[in-house]
Design a protein around this ligand. Structure first.
Ligand code: N6E
Length: 164
């Protein structure tokens, strides 16, 4: 069974839905971009804000009147200083009690232009794909990042308890 709220149910989901699977919650849209070249993956060490002190792809909130792809390109440029042709890799939904739901579109790039540059928000670092620092990443990344690396499209939902 597909994760609730995904796989074709987006229209009902956005409308607030009904029944057990669709508690009324506002949704916030995010992007996340991973550059993969040969056996290396580019991650960023988050210096401030949501996910501080974790490694992640480059991304952020989709602004009003901006497409998800445009948002992904903008954040990649702002946070890592590069531009890249992006392929949609998967979609994730994160649910935290009492917070807006986070809908994250994840992209993969295999080439880029520009010079990888540290920003106020992110310190970029290349890792071997066999040595990804999952213990310094969001807990659920270990489940779907291997799918991104093997180019299998994915969708998933993770429900978190509140910190503490
Ligand atoms: C809960 N599980 C999660 N697992 C993995 N990644 C997660 C995540 N929850 C959020 N993310 C990512 O974290 C970044 C936050 O971005 P965030 O700094 O808030 O956005 P933005 O750059 O717009 O911030 P400013 O408002 O400019 O500070 C963004 O890439 C988003 O995709």
């Amino acid at each position: 069974m597909p994760p609730p709220g995904l796989a074709g149910n987006l229209k009902e989901f956005e409308a607030g839905g009904s029944g057990d699977w669709f508690p009324s919650a506002e949704i916030r849209y995010y992007t996340n971009v991973f550059v993969v070249q040969d056996d290396k993956i580019l991650l960023g060490y988050k210096k401030r804000g949501l996910g501080i002190h974790k490694y992640n792809g480059f991304g952020g909130k989709v602004e009003p009147n901006e497409s998800t792809l445009d948002a992904a390109l903008r954040e990649l440029k702002e946070e890592a200083g590069i531009t890249a042709p992006l392929t949609h890799a998967g979609t994730l939904l994160f649910v935290v009690p009492g917070e807006k739901w986070a809908h994250i579109d994840i992209f993969r790039a295999e080439e880029y232009t520009g010079v990888v540059t540290e920003s106020d928000e992110m310190r970029p670092k290349w890792f071997d794909t066999t040595d990804i620092p999952f213990d310094q990443m969001w807990d659920e990344d270990r489940y779907w990042l291997p799918l991104l690396l093997s180019k299998q499209s994915f969708s998933g939902r993770a429900d978190f308890e509140r910190e503490g």
